[in-house]
Design a protein around this ligand. Structure first.
Ligand code: BES
Ligand code: MN
Ligand code: ZN
Length: 503
């Protein structure tokens, strides 16, 4: 599928289907929608008058043009109330409209840029969000289907009437496509069955991506991981026949900078729980337990594409968590790369373990900030559901940047406290820290362990176990892997500027 922008009059555009929009409570459409209404002899106004279309958010109605336009059909999509309009709603509306157009069998689609006119959004932001919503909403994973759905849109063209805005719109559309394609790359990885994406395959995907986007990529295998003293990753992988990998992606801008951001993502390619084996239902989607790692890879892909002015490092500890006969055991003590020891209370709390080594490894970059992202705890699903990632931090300024990026991208985060009191729960009688903290505040005690490995550098932990997979069918997030986090993390990088105020 090709998504692009052009300057012209949508009334004259030759397509199978033309998408226009309407705010709620508008009875006489204006702008492009008004022009289409006039060309159709007032059919849109008639539909509104008959109560068949109210402009509610994501509402759709299609009409036939009977030769009045080159396009056969017009698809009308509701924008909701004008005073509630946001860039996030543009993503939704674009996703909904594109999916409806595909269901109708349209191959060549033309659309106006939602929100660019009376919506009052900046044309570049509206165009970017419209392209994102389109490419994200149309995502499907059909790799294993012998007969994939043949209904496929071939082109989506955003038609901007105003010549003065056309170039800005085209730039926004092309950015939006890049952002959404990175997110779809994350979804592909997170959806791939566990046996088809062991650690070595995840590493191969990282090096292929790095090659394509001009990043440096280093893959450490078990011996090199051992040489770095990352014994905790080795411990987690011991129960598996699949060797672990440690993925390092590096981007250095052309102009000198003293700012380095490290992004670290959990790369458990399948989580059985290990000897603390998960029950069947809980294990069912553990092929996506590398979604944090894939999200970091997606963010680095965007870094490679957009080439920001700060240095960015991506780290992905990749391992299976299996209950093989050589598996690590409850009661074992493992020593992380920074020398700290961890008592294994439960082999199913493995994400924090592989990240402990990755965060220790991160210190060599003397990072200005570290952000880790992981499907770490079931508890975060209970706390926040599918609508926000849990954020835990040791630095309010960094948390504010990540929160702002969440609002900008629609990938929202919500802070949970990480007070010192919680650290009591992960104290161990025989090691420096214990890998579980009981049922209470399960997401926070996960973060309390990670905090011991960041050396007091500005750090944010994102627990994405609730948002990485959705069973809700949302306009641009169909059921399945959401690909959460690539756009969010890249937005933090993009908006970084001269760095954090030290506090
Ligand atoms: N990968 C799971 C967390 C998870 C649960 C992700 C549900 C997505 C959906 C993680 O490794 C895990 O098993 N966490 C345990 C921690 C516990 C043993 C302290 C959990 O949440 O139960
Ligand atoms: Mn687990
Ligand atoms: Zn896990």
């Amino acid at each position: 599928m090709q998504v692009s922008a052009t300057q012209g009059n949508i009334l004259e555009y030759d397509a199978d289907l033309v998408i226009v929009n309407l705010f709620e409570e508008v009875t006489t459409p204006g702008g492009a929608t008004g022009a289409v209404d006039a060309a159709l002899d007032g059919h849109i106004s008639a539909a509104i008058g008959a109560g068949d279309f109210a402009g509610k958010l994501n509402e759709t109605l299609y009409l036939y043009t009977n030769g009045a336009l080159p396009a056969r059909r017009v698809l009308l999509v509701g924008l909701g109330k004008q005073e509630e309009f946001t860039v996030e709603r543009v993503r939704q509306v674009a996703g909904k409209a594109a999916r409806t157009a595909r269901d109708l069998g349209a191959k060549r689609v033309a659309s106006i840029v939602h929100g660019g006119g009376i919506g009052g959004l900046a044309p570049s932001a509206a165009a970017c969000a419209a392209a994102e919503g389109t490419v994200l909403g149309l995502y499907r994973y059909q790799r294993y289907l012998s007969s994939p759905d043949e209904k496929e849109i071939e082109t989506v063209t955003f038609v901007e009437a105003d010549a003065a805005k056309a170039e800005t719109v085209a730039g926004g559309v092309s950015d939006g496509v890049a952002l959404a394609e990175a997110q779809n790359f994350v979804r592909d990885l997170a959806t791939t069955p566990g046996s088809d994406l062991p650690p070595a395959a995840l590493a191969d995907a990282a090096s292929a991506m790095a090659q394509e986007f001009g990043l440096k990529c280093t893959i450490l295998g078990p011996d090199e991981i051992a040489a770095e003293n990352m014994n905790v990753i080795l411990g987690v992988s011991r129960g598996s026949d699949q060797p672990c990998r440690f993925i390092v992606l590096e981007y250095t801008p052309e102009e000198a900078t003293d700012q380095t951001i490290v992004l670290a993502g959990k790369g458990i390619t399948f989580d059985t729980g290990g000897l603390n084996l998960k029950p069947g239902d809980s294990m069912r989607h553990m092929e996506s337990d590398m979604a944090g790692g894939a999200g970091v890879m997606g963010a680095l892909r965007l870094v490679g594409h957009f080439k920001p002015g700060v240095r960015v490092i991506g780290l992905v500890p990749a391992s299976e968590n299996m209950p093989g006969s050589n598996a690590f055991k409850p009661g074992d003590v493992l020593r992380a790369a920074n020398g700290k020891t961890i008592e294994i209370d439960n082999t199913d709390a493995e994400g924090r373990l592989v990240l402990a080594d990755a965060l220790s490894y991160a210190q060599r970059y003397e990072p200005s900030a570290i952000i880790d992202m992981a499907t770490l705890t079931g508890a975060v699903i209970i706390a926040l559901g599918q609508h926000a990632a849990g954020l835990m931090t040791n630095h309010a300024g960094l948390a504010a940047k990540v929160t702002a990026a969440g609002e900008a991208t629609g990938e929202r985060v919500w802070e949970l406290p990480l007070w010192p009191e919680y650290e009591e729960q992960v104290k161990s009688p025989i090691a420096d820290v214990k890998n579980t903290g009981g049922r209470a505040a399960g997401s926070i005690t996960g973060a309390a362990l990670l905090k011991k490995f960041v050396d007091d550098r500005p750090w944010v932990h994102l627990d994405i176990a609730g948002v990485d997979y959705t069973d809700l069918d949302r306009p641009y997030l169909p059921k399945g892997s959401s690909g959460f986090g690539a756009r969010l993390l890249y937005e933090v990088v993009r908006a970084w500027g001269s760095g954090l105020d030290t506090d």
